[in-house]
Design a protein around this ligand. Structure first.
Ligand SMILES: *[C@@H]1O[C@H](CO)[C@@H](O)[C@H](O)[C@H]1NC(C)=O
Ligand SMILES: *[C@@H]1O[C@H](CO)[C@@H](O)[C@H](O)[C@H]1NC(C)=O
Length: 432
């Protein structure tokens, strides 16, 4: 039960959705490697926004832009049409978008060596950015700091969280690191692939012949991963997707209730990198969003170098990381749990690219000592805040680990189920 003063605070907050302050800048994290960040202060006039947590949002790809897609299509204060977003996360947190890895969104590489080729470089680059951010904005050194992520952003978030934990304990980063949330995250790609056939089959999207084909394609990926041939595994992963595409008449990997748009379907003369960037970056760089970012937004920001285009280097980001792409990071999550970091996994029911069964599979294989007790618990249903009486999610939590099953959402949960995603943010950050 909230005290009366809190209710009036809520009313003030909800009635002034555009009142927040914002800031943005570049940090050169390595020679020629420039990373762009954009911060929105929590938009509440009456509560000091200092008292609300700081959330770093990481987009997937690799090469997807948080300042663009996450901001205008998912959780920022304004939609792509520059209308106020009702379920913006700035109601419950200050939100920091960073275009990472280098080359993503408005970030840019001045030479080919500046692109990251593995997730450990991604993590060390982000640490440099965060050191600069928290040193300049000392007001955030004492508020709870969370990392939220989506898709490949989850793999980066896990690695970054480990670096942050180390840096905080060594005193080289001043912040109160409170936890990481992995949304539809690319933690153990193999499990996803193995179960993709099962999920599609049980959703009436494959027949038995299709299931056989998908399983055979997934087995080839598994073999490449077991032989540590990660670039080959990335290529075979794209073949598996083509097999799914052919057998399902083009299901959309991002939401199984929809159809893959024609411009993302495979064509006979594709090389796998351009096919995969078309499939997995184009949804994040839609034309309408590009026009906004390279038009009015770039003008408003005023600091983007003339020869830098939003999204201009995204494909190079993806291809530079392609040898690291299929490498699992389950061990990193185990190290976070062992270090006492609060870890949340959340996944959309309708996601096929990172399906929920695949997430449960790697969670069941964690070495975390709380796992047996976690497995003994039953889940709890949550009402969808947008439709009271209708189930919006299930969740389960034990010690420093939680799992949220988000219903009626595909890969991009806040875009599909905004109010439920905001409610989850408040639960994870202990505001409800
Ligand atoms: C933009 O131009 C500057 C100056 O000529 C150059 O140093 C820089 O590498 C260019 N940046 C990109 C992303 O091409
Ligand atoms: C982690 O989550 C638990 C609740 O599950 C909470 O009591 C604790 O304060 C959290 N730890 C941090 C560092 O925020």
């Amino acid at each position: 039960c909230l005290p009366v003063w809190w209710i009036s605070v809520l009313i003030v907050c909800l009635s002034s959705p555009l009142a927040g302050r914002e800031a943005w800048n570049y940090v050169e994290v390595r020679d020629g490697a420039h990373m762009f960040w954009w911060l929105y202060y929590a938009d509440c006039q009456s509560v000091q926004s200092r008292d609300l947590p700081l959330v770093l949002w990481l987009q997937g790809g690799p090469g997807g832009s948080g300042t663009g897609f996450g901001n205008f299509e998912e959780i920022g204060p304004l939609t792509r049409d520059l209308e106020p977003r009702k379920s913006s996360w700035v109601q419950a947190a200050s939100v920091l978008f960073v275009d990472n890895p280098v080359g993503t969104g408005f970030s840019y590489a001045q030479n080919p060596e500046a692109f990251a080729t593995d997730v450990s470089t991604v993590a060390s680059d982000m640490l440099v950015l965060l050191q600069s951010f928290f040193t300049e904005r000392t007001e955030f050194q004492s508020v709870p700091f969370y990392i939220f992520s989506e898709s490949y952003g989850g793999k980066m978030a896990a690695a970054i969280s480990l670096e942050v934990t180390k840096a905080v304990s060594q005193g080289t980063l001043k912040c109160v690191f409170a936890g990481v949330a992995l949304g539809d995250s690319w933690i153990s790609p193999l499990g996803e692939l193995v179960l993709r056939g099962v999920l599609t089959r049980s959703s009436s999207l494959l027949d038995d012949f299709g299931l056989q084909d998908v399983n055979a394609a997934a087995a080839a990926v598994k073999q490449a991963v077991e032989q540590q041939q990660f670039l080959k595994a990335t290529e075979l992963w794209s073949v598996t997707e083509t097999v799914v595409e052919q057998n399902t008449n083009g299901v959309n990997f991002y939401n199984i209730l929809t159809q893959q748009p024609d411009d993302r379907l495979s064509s006979p003369d594709d090389d796998f990198i351009s096919l995969q960037t078309r499939r997995h970056l184009r949804p994040l760089y839609r034309q309408s969003l590009s026009e906004l970012m390279n038009g009015p937004i770039r003008k408003k920001l005023g600091i983007v170098p003339q020869n830098v285009t939003w999204g201009g280097q995204a494909e190079q980001v993806f291809s530079s990381m392609s040898g690291d792409f299929m490498r699992p990071v389950v061990d990193v999550v185990d190290r976070l749990l062992a270090a006492g970091v609060n870890v949340t996994v959340y996944n959309g029911q309708l996601d096929l690219i990172v399906d929920t069964l695949g997430q449960e599979l790697w969670v069941k294989r964690l070495k975390w000592d709380g796992l047996p007790a976690f497995n003994q618990l039953r889940w709890t249903a949550l009402d969808d805040p947008a439709s009271p009486g209708v189930t919006g999610a299930f969740y389960k939590t034990y010690k420093n680990f939680a799992f949220y099953w988000i219903l009626k959402a595909g890969h991009m949960i806040p875009a599909d189920q905004g109010p439920m995603a905001l409610q989850m943010l408040k639960m994870i950050t202990q505001q409800v």
